[in-house]
Ligand binder design. Structure first.
Ligand code: PEP
Length: 247
C-alpha cells in the first residue's frame, strides 16, 4: 500500500528530557488512525528514551545514521542491528550534512543502505544537488547519479522498497525552499528513474519545510511527504506540517 510519511530529523539538538518532552507532545496529538506515518529521528543517545515515550502511539523511530558494518572494531559506530534493538524502524542514509561533513561517498551511502536493509531497517535515502550544480543545470543528473550508485549495489527492487528524500543541499537548514514546481520536477524524474518497480516508493521532499510552505509542496503529485529538520523541533509546528500531508 502507498504510504505518506512525515519525518522529523532532530539532528544534534536537545537533552534526554527535552527529547522525551517533544516526543510526548507529539504522541499525545498524533492520531493512531492517521494514514500518514510520523517518524522522529532523535540523536542516538536519546533513541531508547524517545522509543519508550512513543511506545503506545503510532509514531515510529528512526536513526540519523547507521554503520555500513555489522559488528567489529569500529569505535564510535552503531550497527543497524543495534538500532533495531533500540526500537528503530527507519535509518537516514546519505543525508547531505553527512555527505559534506563526514565525506560520505555515494559508495559508502550504498553500503549503509544495504546494511540497514539487511538488518530490517527501512532506509531513507537522501539525495540532492548543491546550489552550483543547480545553477549549472545538473540537478537531475546529480540526483539520478546518487540514486544509481545505490541501485548498482543494492539492486532496483531493494531501492524501491525503501524511501527516497529529495533534499536540495542549498535548501537544507538555510530557510530557502525549492518551489513546488522545482521539487515536483525532480520528484517526477526520480519516479521515472525507478520505473514500474517504484510506483509505490514514497518520495519525500526536504529543505526548510515549514507550516507556511508545506501545503503547496505536499500538493504536488509525486511528493509523498516531508523530511523536516529545524521545524520538527517544535511540536505544534511539526504537527501542523504533518496535518497538511494528504494520505
Ligand atoms: C533536514 O535535516 O534534512 C532538513 C531538511 O532540515 P531543515 O528542514 O532544517 O532544512
Amino acid at each position: 500500500m502507498f504510504k505518506s510519511l512525515i519525518v522529523g530529523n532532530w539532528k544534534m539538538h536537545g537533552t534526554a528530557q527535552t527529547a522525551v518532552n517533544l516526543a510526548t507532545q507529539l504522541a499525545e496529538d498524533w492520531n493512531a488512525d492517521n494514514e500518514v506515518e510520523m517518524v522522529v529521528f532523535p540523536p542516538f543517545v536519546h533513541i531508547s528514551a524517545v522509543a519508550a515515550a512513543v511506545a503506545k502511539s503510532a509514531i515510529s523511530i528512526g536513526a540519523q545514521n547507521v554503520s555500513e558494518y555489522s559488528a567489529g572494531a569500529y569505535t564510535g559506530e552503531t550497527s543497524a542491528e543495534m538500532l533495531v534493538d533500540q526500537g528503530c524502524k527507519y535509518a537516514l542514509v546519505g543525508h547531505s550534512e553527512r555527505r559534506a561533513l563526514q565525506n560520505e561517498s555515494s559508495e559508502t551511502v550504498a553500503e549503509k543502505f544495504i546494511a540497514a536493509q539487511n538488518a530490517g531497517l527501512i532506509p531513507i535515502l537522501c539525495v540532492g544537488e548543491s546550489l552550483q550544480q543547480r545553477q549549472n543545470n545538473q540537478t537531475v543528473e546529480v540526483v539520478s547519479g546518487q540514486i544509481a550508485a545505490v541501485i548498482e549495489r543494492a539492486g532496483l527492487q531493494n531501492v524501491c522498497r525503501a524511501v527516497i528524500a529529495y533534499e536540495p543541499v542549498w535548501a537544507v537548514g538555510t530557510g530557502e525552499t525549492a518551489t513546488p514546481e522545482q521539487a515536483q520536477q525532480v520528484h517526477s524524474a526520480i519516479r521515472a528513474q525507478l520505473g514500474e518497480a517504484g510506483t509505490a516508493t514514497p518520495l519525500l521532499y526536504g529543505g526548510s519545510v515549514n507550516a507556511a510552505n508545506a501545503a503547496d509542496l505536499f500538493a504536488q503529485p509525486d511528493i509523498n511527504g516531508g523530511l523536516v529538520g529545524g521545524a520538527s523541533l517544535e511540536a505544534v509546528e511539526f504537527l501542523n506540517i504533518a496535518k497538511l500531508i494528504e494520505a
